[in-house]
Design a protein around this ligand. Sequence first.
Ligand code: URP
Ligand code: ZN
Ligand code: ZN
Length: 465
Amino acid sequence: MSRTVIHGGLVVTASDEIHADVLIEGGRIVALAAHGTDAATSWSADRRIDATGMYVLPGGVDAHTHMEMPFGGTYAADTFETGTRAAAWGGTTTIVDFAIQTMGRSLREGLDTWHAKADGRCAVDYGFHMILSDVNESSLKEMDRLVAEGVTSFKLFMAYPGVFYSDDGRILRAMQRASGNGGLVMMHAENGIAIDVLVEQALAEGRTDPRYHGDVRKVALEAEATHRAVQLARVAGAPLYVVHVSADEAVDEIAAARHKGLPVFGETCPQYLFLSTDNLAEPGFEGAKYVCSTPLRPREHQEVLWRGLRNNELQVVSTDHCPFCFSGQKEMGRGDFSKIPNGMPGVEHRMDLLHQAVVDGHLSRRRWVEIACASPARMFGLYPKKGTIAPGADADVVIYDPGAEQTISAETHHMAVDYSAYEGRRVTGQVRTVLSRGVPVIEDRAYVGHAGHGTYLPRGTCQYL
Ligand code: URP
Ligand code: ZN
Ligand code: ZN
């Protein structure tokens, strides 16, 4: 069994910061020992990685990606191969992507399709959530089987009528089923029926530019849907995870539910923490680069999101990585913002942007690791295999240089998309080396991984319940 020692670094987990060496054997972490101790110096190894001056972090867990997602008449530009490679470059060693049930088809067919897309192509490990587009007797029964085999979370949409939308009755039924089988309902909380009225009115009045995407998807309609989702989950006796929370009033709804002791959780994404409606209003058609749903909000919302992350009103930061090229894809919506495919690239820069938040004083180092690694792993039944550095955990380890400076750009990123939402942004901190189950994927900022290294992860149920 090959042995690797990472020495000289500061091991940062959600709970501790320890000056310790890490011993890896056969793809797993087997021991930590304080620098210079007899235990640490006695370890023999096939490979030694010098992490002096570096952080030694658990690999990032991005619990919300959409590789090759069919959406808005096109497909998200990253394949499982390019997207997981980009994830690795950014220190993310696990993704949980969304398999989609097509209307009129079974969950099984959707899941099989997503397995076929990912199998043998991923650079890092991956699991699946299931998008429920068609809640009926048969798909409800299938939910039980999926939970038993490791697909333990189900996304439902209060938005996108005619595409993924479920009405309240269907949502309630799915939640009732989840309350019995241990599944976690993930909710896209926006009132899509009301939004579609506002879209129609905006277009009829000639308000067609990308910025109107933000105007019609109102804060009140995210807050109202979040409130309704909480009440439906409460009636069903089910836990609820609200995805891509962007509005201050939606955070308030989640906080109020948690204050009542309800098992309600919230996720936000870097785009809501770092970007705003100013980006949607960029001149020409540039704003299309920032069209996603829920939409970017006015800058004032950011402070509420940071506060929510600090005080655990929000538990997870995922990317909602759903990249569409500006050229040929975002351009489909010139003259009609409702035709711009919804989604933004981000899987590569989550760890770095959140480290910048540490530098800027929004988060502590341990909270950074918690919201980006440990909490998503716990939320989606992967902990402590993923999300921490401890004996027994998979050796998914990031050697992170906290002093390195970099400029984010489409010229240098590894996602298969022709723009960066953070073009020109300077950040402090950069991934240097990444191990996935003990195997180097990034080594001193060179990609040494390969498609097919990443394996499928059947998951347990939510570990916060
Ligand atoms: O705009 C977004 N978020 N696109 C991906 C699909 C979703 O709703 O998560
Ligand atoms: Zn969504
Ligand atoms: Zn999404």
